[in-house]
Design a protein around this ligand. Structure first.
Ligand code: KG4
Ligand code: ZN
Length: 334
């Protein structure tokens, strides 16, 4: 059978990325230009600055990716792009670039939902096995999804307020850790002790999550300790916070696997890089005979390889768009 090459573009937040993926599973080349250093000074992503950097970077990233793969756009079967959800100005840059390439090179245009991309980062590790439960944990999303086949997404539940990555970043900020704080809290959590008492948020039988109460509990704890003149033991607080997050996420994920009688689990999104969570999920899945995959560390956070992988399956299903495609800042996964 003829090989299918998808050219993927991702620009929904603060990474400008392009990638070429063969047959939805083999990464040929990926380039990721991150703006983290730019946004660090502001304590978070500044949308206007992000879109200006995407404009500056996009053509260079496209060229670099083709060069790295030693391929031409003529060799591609389709152009896949993240059309939402995300920052509208940032998305616009990727979508316009993809539409331009699709028009000039007369290639099909494949719109890819950002979360679908995160899910399909697992396809670059091994062929996804269905039915499965997908645990999506990123800076913008926290969701449990049931998939009985490719591109069949049934949402079981999700966060009612903050996303888990957002909560990591906010807690980090309160204790003086620069953006994005998730990786540093994760590192501190391996060095501290669980000595602070924090509430287990939304500990019920639903598949929903809530992290704003946990964030407030950390903020109150820090303020109270400051008022008492007690220095915050950052590593201990990171450990207590991470243990609380890991516990509630694992509890609900295991419940979903059990109730849906599913034996396959995939984890997706930036927080899938978390070592504490990786360790706990592995332990629980091995005990229960659940087959699980995490994306490679480099493809947990935003990248175009996952968009090209997801785009391949969308292409197989005929999910193409015409040149009237517009980005969507908020969009349900479908
Ligand atoms: O998936 P992503 O790149 O962006 C969204 O689509 O939202 O995820 C970024 C998020 C940030 O909140 C970052 O702090 C978090 O993922 N993150 C982590 C870790 N690495 C990245 N959170 C906890 N532990 C980590 N090791
Ligand atoms: Zn993302």
């Amino acid at each position: 059978m003829k090989d299918t090459y998808i050219f993927g573009i991702e620009s929904s937040c603060d990474e400008t990325s392009c990638s070429i993926v063969k047959n939805g599973k083999e990464e040929i080349a990926t380039v990721i230009s991150s703006q983290i250093d730019v946004h660090k000074n502001f304590g978070g992503v500044v949308p206007e600055i992000a879109s200006r950097h995407h404009v500056k970077n996009i053509t260079m990233v496209i060229d670099e990716c083709l060069e790295k793969a030693n391929m031409k756009l003529e060799d591609m079967d389709a152009i896949a792009v993240t059309y939402g959800p995300g920052l509208i100005g940032s998305l616009l840059v990727g979508v316009e670039a993809a539409k331009t390439l699709a028009y000039i090179y007369n290639k099909p245009l494949i719109p890819v939902h950002h979360i679908s991309g995160h899910i399909y980062a697992n396809q670059l590790v091994e062929e996804m096995k269905f039915p499965l439960i997908a645990l999506i944990i990123s800076g913008g999303h926290t969701e449990l999804i049931y998939m009985k086949d490719h591109y069949s997404f049934e949402k079981l539940g999700g966060t009612l307020d903050d996303a888990v990555g957002e909560c990591y970043d906010k807690v980090a900020r309160v204790i003086g850790i620069p953006y994005p704080g998730g990786p540093t809290i994760d590192k501190y959590a391996t060095e501290g002790e669980d000595t602070y008492s924090l509430p287990l948020p939304l500990n019920d039988h639903s598949y929903n999550f809530s992290f704003s109460g946990l964030k407030s509990a950390v903020i109150n704890l820090v303020h109270n300790e400051e008022q008492r003149g007690n220095p915050i033991r950052k590593k201990d607080l990171a450990t207590s916070f991470q243990n609380t997050v890991v516990e509630i996420i694992c509890r609900k994920t295991m419940q979903a696997l059990e109730e849906k009688e599913v034996k396959n689990l995939i984890i997706a999104g930036g927080v899938a890089a978390n070592q504490g969570l990786r360790h706990k999920i592995s332990e629980l899945c091995e005990e229960r005979g659940i087959h699980y995959t995490f994306p490679q560390m480099k493809y947990c956070t935003d990248n175009a390889a996952m968009i090209a992988a997801s785009g391949y399956f969308a292409y197989q299903l005929g999910r193409t768009a015409d040149l009237t495609l517009n980005p969507k800042s908020s969009e349900p996964l479908k």
